[in-house]
Design a protein around this ligand. Structure first.
Ligand code: ZN
Length: 169
């Protein structure tokens, strides 16, 4: 799992957004950028008319590598709204991006400030639960675990091994 932090200046304010590429983005394995918050994970303000509704996406073809492609579609296709990646006009091609890459969409310049690996936390295993009872079939006594292998202090019956009980998840 990865997260990418984007930074840009909007209305003379530095904005910073961290987006997790965790399969829950609008398009799994990609982070979409544009003006339409229905389609984009990084939704730029509606007032930025130079930015397309769905402008570009950053996707992950392999573990640890990120590429950018232009998603604007027009007819004719050469009239696409470009994305400019580190000064390179991106229309059809896919280009690698990394920390420090600057992406110009319309009049906004977005910097890939950080790419972080986010490790999924392993589920916390609950402690196993054991119940120890003496061997008295009629009235088994529940005993602390230290009585394992000894005799029941109440009835003298042998105390065997504790029984493992699945803890409630
Ligand atoms: Zn007993």
């Amino acid at each position: 799992m990865y997260s990418i932090t984007f930074e840009w200046i909007e209305n003379e304010q530095l904005r910073s957004v961290k987006i997790h590429m965790d399969g829950k983005t609008k398009n799994p394995h990609a982070i979409r950028i544009g003006r339409d918050d229905q389609q984009c994970d990084l939704a730029l303000p509606q007032s930025e008319k130079t930015v397309s509704r769905l402008h570009l996406e950053i996707f992950q073809p392999d573990v640890g590598s990120f590429y950018l492609r232009n998603l604007t579609k027009t007819n004719p296709p050469e009239k696409r709204n470009p994305a400019i990646v580190d000064g390179q006009l991106i229309m059809e091609q896919e280009v690698p991006v990394q920390v420090g890459t600057q992406v110009q969409v319309g009049k906004l310049t977005i910097t890939l400030k950080a790419i972080q690996t986010t490790q999924a936390k392993p589920p916390v295993k609950p402690d196993p639960v054991y119940i120890l009872k003496c061997n008295n079939l009629r009235t088994p006594h529940e005993l602390p675990l230290e009585f394992t292998g000894s005799n029941c202090p109440y009835c003298g019956h042998l105390v065997l091994k504790p029984t493992y009980v699945h803890p409630i998840q």
